[in-house]
Design a protein around this ligand. Structure first.
Ligand SMILES: [Ca+2]
Ligand SMILES: [Ca+2]
Ligand SMILES: [Ca+2]
Ligand SMILES: [Ca+2]
Length: 240
């Protein structure tokens, strides 16, 4: 059985820093573990560790950034406007389509390049057509066709301004409809109608598909139970 003297050889107290005012530290065996003291293998230098190195790098980067901003300011360079360039000014040319002295069409230019046309086609003072222009061609158009201030149609054009896709409402009852554009028309490169997808029950999925050939209806498929799969196929000449 070990005596109290035996225990003191394993766990003893010593004082760090050699001063009597320093709190005693527990030692294990004969090596004192005083935090902050250089280890015998560190050559007398304090180890930074990973966290210390990261802090050091962050401080250096921060100081360099402050210096960079200060130098740029001395040179009269506003670094904010360099990073976030100011938007180029937009010029708007108004047009009076019906000669009543009020503008009905607005052409938007940036650096003399037309990029947007907005129009009031029924002259009620409210815009009802919005057109995006790229390279002098319409790229996108949306419009309120019944002038109730709700968009009813969206047109997507090719780079040659050929209509390729049209999303629209059939009944102008969008406020009551979940799917505001349930009727989607697809056109070929010549602008001829090729396919229609119609979501008749507002579940967001087409349930009637119509295929056109030479712009004439060729085939209709219907998903009667709305499971996403057509249940009936109707061709122009026969029914199956
Ligand atoms: Ca006018
Ligand atoms: Ca209008
Ligand atoms: Ca409308
Ligand atoms: Ca549906």
């Amino acid at each position: 059985m070990k005596s109290d003297n035996d225990k003191s050889s394993l766990f003893s107290t010593t004082q760090c820093g050699g001063s009597a005012s320093v709190l005693p530290q527990i030692t294990y065996g004969t090596a004192p573990l005083c935090s902050g003291n250089p280890s015998p293998t560190s050559g007398g230098r304090r180890k930074w560790g990973v966290a210390g190195s990261i802090k050091f790098i962050v401080i250096i980067v921060f100081v360099l950034l402050i210096g960079f901003f200060w130098v740029m300011k001395q040179k009269g360079v506003n670094i904010i406007t360099v990073i976030i360039p100011k938007p180029k000014p937009v010029e708007v040319i108004e047009e009076d389509l019906n000669g009543d002295g009020k503008a009905d069409a607005y052409h938007y230019y940036r650096e003399k390049v037309l990029f947007r046309i907005n129009r009031d086609r029924n002259f009620d003072g409210k815009l009802d057509e919005w057109i995006d222009v790229k390279n002098d061609k319409w790229s996108f158009r949306k419009a309120d066709e019944n002038y109730d201030r709700i968009v009813d149609v969206k047109d997507y054009f090719s780079s040659e301004q050929v209509l390729r896709k049209r999303e629209r409402s059939l009944t102008y009852d969008q406020p009551r409809r979940k799917n505001k554009f349930p009727y989607v028309e697809h056109y070929n490169a010549k602008g001829q109608l090729e396919q229609v997808k119609h979501d008749t029950n507002d579940d967001g999925k087409a349930d009637v598909w119509k295929v056109f050939k030479e712009e004439h209806l060729f085939e209709t498929k219907v998903d009667k139970d709305f499971d996403g799969k057509p249940d009936q196929t109707i061709t122009a000449k026969s029914t199956s």
